[in-house]
Design a protein around this ligand. Structure first.
Ligand code: RUG
Length: 830
């Protein structure tokens, strides 16, 4: 077995690998070498896939020495590190980011040109690893980018799903999911280490025994196991010589064939056992914000968390480390409740394997975890039936009960006689079935608990986790989310980047607050003109892409009004489509003439969870509205709807820089933060939005004059709910809303069939859980203001520039600094 125990040395190995020469010649030489020796082809015989792979390997080679060095230092150094535990990483394409981080983009472009190859064509070959659903997974990817760029000792841990988020297609306007085969041509970015596999146990029972010292102990007698194989990915910092590691785990059967079954002649059963084990990392669950309590999901969670904890203890700390001091060396950041099973796992390792007493183990464990909550929706807080958890992880359930007993004692001490509170706070729910509340377990164990925007953190303290905030106010803090300026500004909007760098220098890429220096440019007509040219360029680029990718033609000269995010009722894509329908209805009924409409193309991008009926019906409605509206000559081409399928990071990188208007229209108090909102503002789009999530902070920073606010505030929402909300009354009392809903029910968007969208219209009319009808009027009024402002292009551009200049705060570098000081107590390496 290969492993760290076997440590050969050689003087030449002290400088790990030579970095290829940073010149066009050096690059070409390396590229041709990879083409010949790894792909096994000559340049003239190579396919575009060969070229893409050789290019990826070449770029890797430039980063390799830095990676080895970073890894070596992190093992040598005794400084505290952060392990980011996340079930999702929505990475996006790797090549562009690696080229940027290694400062190779220009050299590669020139070198490839000399070989008769266009860099952009190779970049287009890459299938993005879609190992996440939406905001939560993309946030994890932004965070690890910032950690590397800021020299923070850190490692990301997660799951290498064989199938990531499904590929969305539309058939007759309805969403149809296709498997995401991102690995079918192999990935040149991963480094598998099967020799470093970790065995992960499941099932079975526990038993009590007495050890040699006469102590009562418990051991877990598992029933089955799988191998966790680590795959390493480079996480290069931006131009700083550091390359961190993302380690994703893949499941394999412990024995390729179960020999016993095999020898008994039951070949099929033996192979089935293998398939069963490998299912664990087979597919990403496509639910965003509404998890389904599926057994395989719990298996996935335990699988990656147990492997990661073991990996950190064994590989990074080594055998001699005294685990009593674990919290001096690591903080495990729990990205939502998905990795929370790590808490009883660390307790189990310390007590059952390392011989710690309970109090000693808790003392360590309760300093090693911090918990980020990403939601306000009760249905998004994971809960595992004890029956299931106990069957899969019997020892962990015992430990959870023991944690709960001690915790509830504390609650009773503090609030004597308040058994209602005890029931509310218990880690174990009794109804509708006995179940473990993972958010409670996380809150009990974590040193710190944070929300992801100011308003969200406030609502966590005041509502969702109020009892915990009463008990431990000092645990609660906020870290407002951020996005990486490297991917979402420097790379995605390279024309704007050029203009920024030309104006204020390149420092903004790692110090985004410096965009403030651009504020005076908002009043400079020449700068405004250049800014408009950039936007026009980005629109042309998007037009070309959508034509080739989706056969969609974007009209010229339109306001680009963009709503891209997961499809969820609380995000209210329905409000946006009702606006479109209303404009359409007013023209075809003669209430307004087409030339009163601001020429506008509304772009949607959204995937719905495959089992989420109403979300899928909304997609169907949007597509059907698009096909009717886009064809109707009465609109004179002034209103269009575009819905490119399969919205993903790659598309976002083209769409966001082209947008004029950013739609952030969730019901107040429902969107924890949002991060798309930040990307749009940074790329100079104006936001129409509610006072929700990070919109609140965006508006505060950019100023009311440069933000279109509408809708109820969170307290108003609460008050309306308390009073009793009757959506039917809004329908009856608002002729414009009624006309739009009636138009859907007339069958005009469904080939005359009046019932096609009944599920949607009746859910609005009779429930409207997210109060679309209540905010409709205010939304329409805000859209009028949008139109007025857009009519004055100078005023619009001025606001767009100020949006960009004032939102540097939303860099994920700043988020990481906040985590370091408020939660982790970590300083960067230098
Ligand atoms: O819905 C939230 C977003 O508001 C937030 O910006 C993002 C990152 O913090 O996380 C999203 N989220 C929440 N995704 N899944 C969950 C489930 O808790």
């Amino acid at each position: 077995v290969l492993g760290p125990a076997n440590k050969p040395t050689h003087p030449m190995a002290l400088a790990p690998v030579a970095t290829p020469r940073h010149s066009v010649d050096g690059f070409v030489q390396e590229f041709l070498h990879e083409l010949n020796t790894t792909q096994g082809v000559t340049l003239s015989a190579s396919t575009i896939n060969d070229q893409y792979k050789a290019l990826a390997l070449t770029v890797r080679n430039y980063l390799m020495a830095r990676w080895l060095e970073t890894t070596r230092n992190s093992i040598k150094s005794k400084s505290k590190a952060v392990a980011y535990l996340s079930a999702e990483y929505l990475l996006g394409r790797q090549l562009g980011n690696a080229l940027l981080a290694a400062d190779l983009a220009d050299i590669a472009q020139e070198g490839l040109k000399q070989c008769g190859i266009e860099l952009w064509q190779l970049r287009a070959q890459e299938v993005e690893p879609g190992l996440g659903n939406g905001g939560l997974g993309r946030l994890a990817a932004c965070f690890i980018d910032s950690l590397a760029t800021m020299n923070v000792p850190s490692v990301g841990y997660g799951i290498r799903y064989e199938y990531g988020i499904f590929r969305q297609t539309f058939v007759d306007g309805r969403q149809v999911e296709q498997p995401d085969t991102w690995l079918s041509l192999g990935s040149p970015w991963e480094f598998p280490h099967p020799e470093a596999a970790v065995t992960i146990n499941f099932g079975g029972t526990t038993e009590k025994y007495t050890d040699e010292d006469g102590r009562e102990r418990t051991r877990w007698l598992p029933e089955w196991d799988v191998q966790a194989i680590p795959y390493n990915y480079m996480v290069p910092g931006y131009l700083n010589g550091r390359v961190n590691t993302l380690r994703l785990w893949s499941a394999e059967a412990t024995r390729a064939f179960d020999l016993q079954i095999f020898n008994s002649g039951d070949y099929a059963r033996a192979v089935r056992a293998q398939t069963f084990a490998e299912n664990i990392s087979k597919v990403l669950y496509p639910e965003d914000s509404t998890p389904q309590g599926k057994e395989l999901r719990l298996q996935q969670q335990y699988f990656f968390v147990a492997a990661s904890i073991r990996d950190f203890i064994n590989q990074v700390l080594g055998e001699d480390f005294d685990l009593h001091n674990l919290s001096d060396r690591i903080i495990f950041q729990l990205n939502d409740t998905h990795p929370v099973i790590g808490v009883p796992e660390l307790m189990r390792v310390l007590i059952d394997e390392e011989g710690f007493g309970w109090d000693e183990a808790w003392e360590v464990t309760s300093k090693c975890f911090a918990y980020t909550c990403h939601t306000l929706l009760p249905e998004a807080l994971e809960v595992w039936p004890t029956e299931l958890l106990g069957r899969l992880l019997p020892r962990h359930l015992e430990i959870i009960y023991a944690i709960n007993d001690r915790f509830l004692e504390q609650v009773r001490d503090r609030f004597p006689g308040d058994e209602v509170r005890v029931g509310r706070m218990s880690i174990i729910a009794e109804y509708p079935e006995r179940a473990v509340r993972m958010a409670h377990l996380a809150s009990v164990a974590a040193t710190k608990i944070n929300g992801v925007a100011e308003l969200h953190s406030q609502l966590l303290r005041d509502k969702v986790l109020k009892d915990f905030a009463d008990l431990w106010p000092e645990k609660f803090t906020n870290v407002t989310n951020g996005v990486t300026p490297r991917r979402f500004l420097r790379m995605a909007n390279y024309k704007l980047s050029g203009l920024l760098t030309e104006t204020i220098g390149s420092g903004w890429v790692t110090d985004l607050e410096r965009l403030r220096e651009l504020e005076p440019c908002a009043d400079d007509p020449e700068f405004r003109e250049k800014f408009r040219e950039v936007k026009a360029f980005n629109k042309r680029r998007l037009t070309n892409l959508l034509r080739a990718r989706d056969g969609i033609d974007l009209p010229e000269g339109h306001m680009l009004d963009v709503m891209v995010k997961r499809l969820h009722e609380y995000k209210r894509q329905s409000l946006k489509i009702l606006h479109v329908i209303s404009l359409y209805e007013q023209v075809i009924s003669g209430k307004i003439s087409a030339d009163e409409i601001t020429p506008r193309t509304v772009v949607f991008g959204a995937k719905a969870a495959p089992g989420y009926r109403l979300a899928k019906d909304t997609i169907h409605l949007i597509n059907k509205v698009a096909s009717v509206v886009n064809e109707d000559k009465r609109l004179d081409g002034r209103l269009k709807v575009a819905f490119p399928a399969n919205y993903n990071v790659t598309l976002a990188e083209k769409l966001i820089p082209a947008a004029d208007l950013s739609e952030q229209i969730s019901l107040a108090g429902k969107e924890a933060s949002g991060t798309g909102n930040m990307k749009f503002a940074l790329n100079g789009a104006l936001t129409i939005g509610t006072d929700d999530g990070a919109n609140v902070e965006i508006r505060e920073l950019v100023g009311d004059d440069h933000f279109f606010l509408f809708g109820m505030t969170e307290p108003e929402v609460e008050a309306l709910q308390a009073k009793g909300y009757h959506p039917g009354e809004y329908y009856q009392n608002n002729p414009q809303l009624k006309a739009a809903v009636d138009l859907i029910q007339s069958g005009i968007f469904s080939g005359g069939d009046r019932g096609t969208f009944d599920s949607l219209t009746s859910s609005w009319l009779y429930h409207d859980r997210f109060m679309v009808f209540a905010d409709f009027d205010s939304y329409i009024a805000a859209q009028k203001k949008v139109e007025e402002k857009y009519a004055d292009q100078d005023a619009w551009t001025r606001s767009a520039i100020l949006n960009m200049a004032r939102t540097g705060y939303f860099s994920s570098d700043r988020s990481m600094r906040d985590y370091m000081t408020r939660i982790w107590n970590i300083t960067p390496d230098f």
